[in-house]
Design a protein around this ligand. Structure first.
Ligand SMILES: [Zn+2]
Length: 219
């Protein structure tokens, strides 16, 4: 008997490509010189060999390579369970497999949920809105942040081009002359929590939050 394609897909899929014992990954990445390496074994819980581990003469021969009699393990743990069949009984192995498959399903559910939470989060959603409603300002901010040497700049002034200003600290400047209703746009960004008003005296100054910077740089 051989393991069917369907059984193999079920086993690898539900195990999340990980050893049911140590949870290590069972496919090693390819290197520039070599292909991927598969280090996982599809192990029989009840051996089909009469002198093999956990052999049971009552067991139906057609079930040896069925999904319920297989557990996916790394090479080390395959050897361990077959060397220590009195410790790793068939009941224990089935329980181990069931727990592992539940762990994989729960981990993926959680990951999907986190993605959903992020995409419906006010930050992600609001950013899409402002990107649509004020594309030039968002693009300008992104360009400014992306320039070499500007990685750590978070603050900016909003001023008129004719204003005389002597800015010494590293910061950006946005001009009323370049953006329609710049102050209104800034207020919207501030209301969404993307900016913090850090005006020192009279000239309006704002600081971008890290979440906003991340969204700008990855947009
Ligand atoms: Zn293992």
């Amino acid at each position: 008997m051989t393991i069917s394609d369907k059984t193999r897909k079920l086993l690898w899929g539900r195990s999340g490509n990980r050893c049911a014992f140590c949870r290590s990954e069972l496919i090693m990445d390819a290197t520039p010189q070599d292909n991927e390496s598969v280090v996982g074994d599809e192990c029989q819980i009840i051996s089909s060999k009469p002198n093999g581990p956990r052999y049971d003469p009552e067991f139906q021969p057609e079930d040896f390579d069925s999904y319920s009699n297989l557990i996916l393990l790394c090479r080390v743990h395959h050897k361990m369970i077959d060397d220590q069949p009195e410790t790793f009984t068939s009941d224990i192995l089935r329980q181990l497999k069931a727990n592992h498959e539940r762990w994989v399903a729960d981990a993926l559910d959680f990951a999907t949920l986190s993605d959903d939470l992020f995409s419906i989060s006010s930050y992600g959603d609001s950013f899409q809105k402002v990107k649509k409603s004020m594309p030039e300002l968002i693009k300008k901010m992104k360009d400014d942040l992306s320039k070499k040497g500007n990685e750590f700049i978070r603050e900016f002034y909003i001023i008129g081009k004719s204003w005389v200003m002597n800015v010494k600290e590293p910061c950006f400047v946005y001009f009323f002359d370049d953006h329609d209703n710049l102050q209104g746009k800034i207020h919207v960004l501030e209301n969404y929590g993307f900016l913090i008003d850090v005006t020192p005296w009279e000239t309006k100054k704002y600081r971008m939050t890290e979440e906003f910077v991340d969204l700008l740089l990855t947009s």
